[in-house]
Design a protein around this ligand. Sequence first.
Ligand code: ADP
Ligand code: MG
Length: 751
Amino acid sequence: MTAEVKSAAPGGAAPGTNELALALERRIGKRSAAVIEKHLGITTVGGLLNYFPRRYMNRGELTPISEVPLDEEVTLLARVVSSSTRTMRARKGTLTDVVVTDDAGTLKVSFFNAYRAKAELLPGRRALFSGRISRYNGALGLTNPDYQLLDEDPDLAGEDPEKLAAMPIPVYPATAKLTSWSIHNVVKTLLDTADLAALPDPLPADVAAREKFLPVADSYRLIHTPETPADWQRARDRFRYQEALVLQSALARRRAQLAAEEATARRPAADGLLAAFDRQLPFTLTAGQSAVGKTLAAELARDSPMNRLLQGEVGSGKTIVALRAMLQVVDAGGQAALLAPTEVLAAQHFESIRRTLGPLSRDGLLGGFGADAVQVTLLTGSMPTAARKQAMLDAASGTAGIVIGTHALLSDNVSFYDLGLIVVDEQHRFGVEQRDVLRSKASKPPHLLVMTATPIPRTVAMTVFGDLETSVLDELPAGRAPITTHVVGLAEHPAWATRVWTRSREEVDAGHQVYVVCPKIGSDDDGDFSPGEAGPADTDLEDSGARELASVTGVVELLRDEPALAGVPVAPLHGRQDPVLKSETMASFTANQTKLLVSTTVIEVGVDVHNATLMVILDADRFGISQLHQLRGRVGRGGLPGTCLLVTTLEPGHPSRRRLDAVAATTDGFELSQEDLKLRREGDILGASQSGGRSTLKLLRVLEHEDVIARARQDAWTVVGGDPSLGSHPALAAAIDDYLNPEKEAFLERG
Ligand code: ADP
Ligand code: MG
């Protein structure tokens, strides 16, 4: 690399040392800089250079007017058909109506007192218009828009007409006050005044050569002022790759930093609890479970911390894998903590792990010390004070070998004697910071295993969990019965509303149990969605007022009078209940006393009742794809075939029913995750899972650019592998800092 960048010490450096971090006003003047800061919030040269056009218009083609979204800030290219000006009667002044066309339809553009528009927007002229299109009396209109005549740009005077027709017009994300072309003009000034030759290139030279990328300076020129579509495409490819490389390098660096830490090795014992546990296991591990088990065993035995993500379909048996790892750590004298996202799930894990361990577990009150059993302790925020204090004491003294809990485990007054392994279940509810808080509870960094059942496409895993090594359990244990899913459309088949309950009755009569899931708790609340969870797509929200959604309390009342369910024990379960009541309800359902459980999504993850065979999801269109997939994974567990009914009152053609159809069409979590990504805005996915205020991706689309991400990841691994501190890649290191901390203040030079 030829370009060299010195670090941008706040307030310190000499002129020209870091062009990207330079205050914008030093290049484009105070006035323009103030405008850009006010409307775009951008204060540095780098910020504006990296404010890329969102798309490019073809100078030779008019914008299809009927495809332009209403009530959004838009930029369109149209030709004037006619223009007329009249004096208004109701108020003083004139009204100029200009009719413009895209050759297919027309749009009425109205100006009040606009002498310039009257004089300039003559029939036949082409112009860019910027504003919000609205519909008035059935006709599309635009009022007092900003406009720019297309064929009179002084910069382009004398250009060859053919070349001009092919020249793309960059369209910037504009605001109501700042048009795309004003932004373009400021950027053009910046390209002339900035010291582009001094711009650092974050790409390693060999990578840039292999990919045949243009130098940074040329790329900035071409992405902002292309002469042909190929120009901006080449430039965009570079910056897209650069974005992927910076992101992957940030993750690789974090991973290298984590791996360089020193951990306590927890070597397997020849004849400890794990060996005893394997001997008493009532089934054989799947090939995947054994393979992942071997990997974990080896990594736990090392003196650098394991940082691993275990991905596996709902029901693939992740808990056993985690439990075996925990036993290895306990055998080696350490403690293990299992962090669950909800109290219900923590309690379930506690029960089922104790059950699975059988005589190998003891609880706090019984049994003495000894290597023949491990104390399993539950620690949640809602436990009675005395019990919680005892659990904390057991964690701190090391009496408890396995501590299971919710985020209560993260609180300051919880400490461990020797925490060797942290298992985080269902990661999508836990952020990086929470992982780090738990890590801080051990004197040396503990080993970490993150489990997630949310189907994640490969590239999202690479992007969101890129600092973790990944293992996948891709088969279900033998004897797992298939789940059949049906969409029950009440709009076209109103009679099916009762049919759902007769179907439930049949299950109960056959000795089985039923889950009924509702989007809301009561008739007057906003639901039981946990924060950060993927909710329904925005498009649905508009009709939420129009229909009354199924609620837990409402449905329980309804079922009391439902003849088909006469005599069937029904119980409600939701997040606002008293914790004691919640665990009693769950216990009664697990014991097959309650036959039909009406709940919110509290049962979404992890809950494991083998006898449940039917899941009815009411107003299923209110849930996201991965949520529905998680939910139905609660049935079909005990070798009994499962059925899931997605009940909806939406019309068959409604866009939100596509989600339901997708879920009904496949039980392949990875296929669903792709579908999910397509139907949702990407930012939501990364936004919900990425913590730490990272900027959202600009040019990279995790689905579309899988190969870019994969190549960049490879390169990032190579670079960081050979230079973990990035000492000889200063430009890349600076780009990573910028990426991780985008709000960093521009530095203003002194003097
Ligand atoms: P998930 O991956 O969704 O967390 P669990 O760990 O809850 O899945 O496992 C689901 C069920 O499958 C549990 O009841 C568990 O005991 C059972 N199970 C796990 N591994 C096997 C196996 N190898 N053979 C048979 N059943 C298994
Ligand atoms: Mg689980």
